[in-house]
Every structure is written in C-alpha cells, then in structure tokens.
Design a binder for this molecule. Structure first.
Ligand SMILES: [Zn+2]
Length: 188
C-alpha cells in the first residue's frame, strides 16, 4: 500500500490470495491491537483486561514496549499523534497521579527524561508535548490506568489531514520506531 506521495505504508494482503472465500476487502494485519480492542469492549477495565496491565505480560515486540523499569515502563502509543509518541506507565493499576507511590512518581519522571533524550537523538525532534489526562472527561482513553504522554514535535508537523479527513498522517511504522527507540535506550 502506498500513500498519496508514493511513500510505502506497509504490506496489505489482497483477499484473493487467501485459501478461503474472498471478499472485496484488503487487510492490514495489526495483531498487537488486540489488547486495546479487548479493553475498549469493556466499559471499565479492571486489572485483568486493562491494556496497560496486559502489555507487560507480552513480548516487547507484541506490546511495542521500548523499556522496562522497576516500577514503570515505556511503550509506543498505538494511536500516535506523531511518530515516536510514547507512554510511560506504572506497572500498578492506579488511575490518577496522586495514587502513585513516591517510587512510581520518581521513576515516571526519570523515564520521561530519558525518553526525551532518546527521542531527541533518534527522531531529531524540536520540542515535546508532555502530559497526563486524568479521567475520561479530561480526554483519557484508558482512564483507569495512569499513563504519561510524551509527544515529539517538529516544526511543520501538522497538516490538513486531521481537519478534512479525520486522519492523522503518521509517516513511520510502529514496529520500526519501537526497535529504533529500544536500541537507543541507555542501559541502566
Ligand atoms: Zn491497568
């Protein structure tokens, strides 16, 4: 599949190539989305079906984890605002920042700093948006499990797609970005 400007977007399998009854649709396989799909099918995920509790039980590649710390870990957001959009989550299923322990607060802060340095080096970004949405009313997609967004920003990184097509153009594949960030993450 290619973007409007000819950029390769990834492999899409045509239905006719399956040993089954073909239909008109093409499919882009994204098995790592299952944790999010499962979570979104429930109104209030508990620890068992929460995507941020499930992610650390999967492989780094499956869950798009770039670094595992002692009290918190870092993974790519499946719905990135920009390439290199990462989330820092405590392992514990707590909803709000004031519920985090001193150790979790310290490590979330430290991992945020390291993520900024790694993204500055790997993505050559010019700035960041960093923050936590606390509660569904404030925009949290997974309100039940605390997570800090780190969004790299570049000059001219916005375009007209979100306005006219409800679509964000994300120029790089998640697996490729995960590998690059994980490889650049400094050893503890
Ligand atoms: Zn959780």
């Amino acid at each position: 599949m290619r973007d409007y400007d000819g950029t390769e977007l990834g492999d899409v399998e045509d239905a006719a190539s399956f040993a089954a009854v073909p239909d008109a649709f093409q499919r882009l396989w994204t098995p790592y989305r299952i944790a999010y799909i499962k979570a979104n099918s429930e109104q209030e995920p508990t620890g068992d079906d929460c995507p941020f509790c499930t992610a650390p039980t999967l492989s780094d590649e499956q869950a798009l984890i770039v670094h595992r710390g002692t009290h918190a870990y870092v993974l790519l957001n499946l719905f990135p605002y920009n390439s290199g959009h990462v989330l820092v989550c405590p392992y514990r299923h707590v909803a709000t920042y004031d519920e985090a322990t001193d150790e979790e607060v310290a490590e979330i802060g430290r991992l945020t700093q390291v993520a900024m340095r790694v993204l500055t080096e790997t993505a050559q970004c010019h700035g960041f948006n960093i923050g936590m949405n606390q509660g569904r009313i404030a925009g949290a997609g997974v309100a039940e499990h605390l997570h800090q967004h780190i969004v790299p920003r570049w000059a001219l990184d916005s375009n007209f797609f979100p306005i006219v097509a409800g679509t964000k153009a994300v120029p790089r594949l998640l697996g490729e970005v995960r590998e690059e960030i994980a490889n650049a993450w400094p050893a503890a």
